[in-house]
Ligand binder design. Structure first.
Ligand SMILES: NC(=O)c1ccc[n+]([C@@H]2O[C@H](COP(=O)([O-])OP(=O)(O)OC[C@H]3O[C@@H](n4cnc5c(N)ncnc54)[C@H](OP(=O)(O)O)[C@@H]3O)[C@@H](O)[C@H]2O)c1
Length: 274
């Protein structure tokens, strides 16, 4: 379906022609119809490569779709290549712009393999959407009572995994003096509104917000914009309209112009209190 698996196109990679994606994706057909039937915007971003972690379902998959609709080549990263390929099947013609790669952000080897593949095969990564996360504690858990193994595991994915992937990708952005990093956070991490419940998740996303601020400052002069956002509620949406609304902020932040904001925290396109 969608002609997702054929060879052919070549893109520049350090001056050498290489297949666009080695697991199937080759010829971006411009202009393409979107899987949703929505009009496809002009394609100023068509040479760009975006990486979306946790891209095989939910918000991640919607972000993959919307970036592909904007003309980007998108790497859909999933812990399971099988789930990733099944997700690409849902994208219709846009599948031509999407490659699936395995990625477990808890595993340093997995992260290094993906970064190396991006460098060797595409020579770039312009956009990183840190979407992958877990929520494994409970609204009834408290700081004083939560199992610290749950906290450790949450931080291992949400904080260290995000940090690890970011460290692996920043050099690719730095080399080209261009990048957009979007950390999908949560309003639950806002210190201004902090309250009880989900302590591991809240603390992990709070730490991701801190990373966002520090990294934005570190990379301010390198053309790399770093922002966090809360997508708002993602699930319980039978027709997908809420999902598109939730994806609007990460997609907006992934496609910011050079003079766009950095070091911000947004819900929709409105700044949120840290
Ligand atoms: N749901 C909401 O209402 C809501 C609200 C505010 C913020 N958020 C944030 O929005 C983002 C997406 O949420 P969602 O509800 O769409 O989540 P989801 O459906 O649970 O999807 C999360 C994704 O993270 C991936 N993931 C988990 N552990 C991973 C690991 N170790 N390595 C790589 N990938 C891993 C999973 O990928 P696999 O395919 O590999 O399993 C999964 O596809 C998250 O950052 C979440 O915190 C969600």
């Amino acid at each position: 379906m969608g002609g997702a698996h054929h060879d052919g196109a070549a893109v520049a990679n350090h001056g050498r022609p290489v297949p666009m994606f080695d697991d199937g994706l080759a010829v971006p057909r411009y202009p393409a119809g979107s899987g949703t039937g929505a009009p496809v915007a002009p394609l100023p971003l068509s040479g760009h490569v975006a990486l979306v972690s946790g891209g095989s379902q939910g918000l991640g998959l919607r972000i993959v779709r919307m970036l592909a609709e904007r003309g980007m080549r998108v790497v859909l990263a999933s812990r399971s290549a099988h789930r990733g390929r099944a997700a690409v099947e849902l994208l219709g013609d846009l599948a031509d712009r999407v490659a699936v790669r395995e990625l477990d952000i808890r595993d340093p080897g997995s992260v290094a393999r993906l970064a190396s593949w991006l460098d060797r095969r595409l020579g770039r990564c312009d956009v990183l959407v840190n979407n992958a996360a877990v929520l494994i504690d409970d609204d009834r858990d408290g700081v004083a009572t939560v199992d610290l193994e749950v906290v450790r595991s949450t931080l291992e994915t949400n904080l260290l995994g995000t940090w690890r992937l970011t460290q692996a990708i920043v050099p690719l952005m730095y080399a080209r003096r261009y990048g957009r990093i979007v950390n999908v956070s949560s309003g639950l991490a806002s210190l201004a509104g902090m309250r009880r419940g989900l302590p591991a998740y809240r603390a992990s996303k709070c730490a991701v917000n801190a990373l966002t601020r520090m990294l934005a400052d570190e990379l301010a002069s390198a053309g790399i914009l770093v922002n966090a956002c809360c997508p708002g509620p993602v699930h319980g949406d039978p027709n997908g309209a809420r999902l598109s609304a939730s994806a609007d902020a990460p997609v907006w932040l992934a496609t910011l112009p050079d003079d766009g904001p950095t070091g911000g925290f947004y819900r929709g396109r409105t700044p949120l209190d840290w």
